[in-house]
Design a protein around this ligand. Structure first.
Ligand SMILES: Cc1cc2nc3c(=O)[nH]c(=O)nc-3n(C[C@H](O)[C@H](O)[C@H](O)COP(=O)(O)O)c2cc1C
Ligand code: SF4
Ligand code: SF4
Length: 436
């Protein structure tokens, strides 16, 4: 059986599945139950500075997007950092770490962006015996309006400065949690590295309004007739997170910087994808909030089984394997030709592929044969866009088949087995200039 143990910046855990800083990690009761259920580690719900505890709304704090089957696809929240007293949290962290020494215990921190505030909290957190800290530069709501969270994460200079304080005033490994609410994730990641971060984690939630109540004409969740933007997470954000992780993994300035990936991890497959994109651990919030702590069992067995099938003994065996295959559009092989093919035995003749291709793509699907309903691809029109594959309700009913020889009936051009990309294409004016 594959070995799921993880060693992330020296922090060991029995598996790479950590709970992200959020309600599931808000208190001893939750974290102990999570550890009993098998989670490899937790990032404790973000602590704030000493003083009057944070105040949350007393009305609904979540909104959501559901699929047609009511499955939760995206979750929006307007919750702030922990609203429990600092000392209570610190005592609980210390106790749980002592009782569960083999699990990773990371403490998330967010205090005002001044040296004294960080200097004051760091020794108190270090005293708990936790394995490391995560700097919450990500919350897009509430805290950011007070100059913390995403307000720091959006300014690379601040990220670098605060990270440096944390390295200066503590011996703990420092993970910088990045906000996705920026234009280019590479800049904050580079700043974290410059400041001495041991790792980055991403993504925190995305600024969002998930819906408008059409009776009250107010954003959801609605608090006494008003709503504000919140933070979006869950399966819907995974593609955004995966892209940002890939950007950091392949940027020459941050390549090799350890990454704890967060964003929509719901199954072992999501985790495997993030690890293939170089993540050392994955963090989970929405899936645990939707399905409970036991979801980790499926994640662990699924990942281990897949690794066995592939012959990977440890997660290091496949970590980062997808990174060299992430490239820029201009380097994609323009001589690679495929055509859609419909498996007539699987086709249930629903006509969705036809509607999609006929109305919005390339009119490349016949819907009739011998006066009967029958769906078949016309290779002479198919540009291989893949839309029909994505809208077909039957798995593997439509597949893309590579043409390796002969002539492409759409272009009339001979299939060329050689690789050629846009940088040298005759239609590219820059290619012509380069050749001159
Ligand atoms: C209700 C809620 C509260 C959260 N609170 C925090 C927090 O205190 N600190 C933090 O760093 N991230 C917080 N997050 C963000 C999560 O840690 C995580 O980055 C995000 O939800 C994406 O992961 P997911 O798609 O698995 O939910 C919160 C998320 C939710 C849903
Ligand atoms: S791949 Fe695109 S162009 Fe080809 S049949 Fe499907 S939808 Fe039409
Ligand atoms: S969408 Fe799929 S199942 Fe429906 S007609 Fe097209 S190929 Fe057949």
């Amino acid at each position: 059986m594959a070995d799921l143990r993880s060693n992330f910046i020296g922090i060991k855990s029995p598996n790479p599945f950590w709970l992200a800083s959020a309600p599931p990690t808000d208190k001893e009761y939750n974290v102990v139950r999570a550890f009993k259920a098998g989670w490899g580690g937790v990032v404790w719900k973000t602590l704030g500075e000493e003083g009057p505890p944070i105040v949350n709304v007393n009305g609904p704090r979540y909104g959501a997007i559901h699929g047609a089957d009511r499955r939760l696809l995206g979750l929006n929240n307007i919750e702030l950092i922990t609203d429990r007293p600092l000392e209570v949290n610190l005592q609980e962290i210390k106790k749980v770490k002592r009782e569960w020494p083999d699990r990773a215990m990371i403490v998330s921190i967010m205090v005002p962006c001044n040296e004294d505030s960080w200097k004051a909290i760091l020794p108190r957190v270090e005293e708990t015996g936790c394995d490391g800290i995560e700097l919450n530069f990500g919350c897009p709501h509430g805290m950011s309006e007070r100059g913390m969270g995403a307000a720091v994460g959006q300014v690379p200079e601040y990220i670098e400065m605060v990270t440096r304080w944390c390295k200066q005033y503590s011996r703990m490994p420092v993970i910088v949690k990045l906000t996705p609410n920026i234009t280019d994730i590479r800049y904050p990641a580079r700043a974290a590295k410059k400041g001495g971060a041991d790792a980055v984690s991403l993504i925190n939630t995305i600024s969002s309004i998930v819906s408008v109540d059409l009776d009250n004409f107010a954003p959801m969740p609605t608090i006494d007739g008003k709503g504000s933007h919140g933070g979006y997470c869950g399966p819907a954000v995974k593609p955004i997170a995966l892209n940002m992780v890939a950007e950091i993994a392949r940027d020459p300035e941050t390549r090799g910087l350890p990454i704890s990936a967060i964003g929509g991890v719901t199954t072992w497959r999501d985790a495997a994808e993030f690890i293939a994109m170089s993540a050392g651990t994955v963090q989970v919030c929405t899936a645990a909030m939707t399905y409970g702590f036991r979801i980790v069992e499926e994640m662990k067995t699924g990942l281990a089984r897949w690794m066995d099938e592939k012959g990977f003994s440890t997660i290091e065996d496949f970590r980062g394997r997808a990174v060299p295959n992430v490239t820029d559009w201009q380097y994609l092989n323009l001589n690679y030709v495929t055509k859609a093919h419909i498996d007539q035995d699987l086709c249930i003749k629903c006509g969705r592929c036809y509607a999609a291709c006929e109305d919005t793509s390339h009119q490349a699907i016949f819907k009739e044969k011998d006066g009967k309903r029958h769906f078949e691809v016309n290779d002479a029109e198919c540009v291989a866009c893949n839309l029909c594959v994505e809208v077909c309700p039957v798995d593997n009913c439509i597949t893309m088949v590579r043409q390796t020889e002969g002539v492409d009936p759409r272009t009339g051009r001979k299939i060329n087995p050689d690789y050629a990309n846009w940088t040298t294409h005759p239609n590219n004016p820059m290619a012509l200039k380069a050749a001159e």
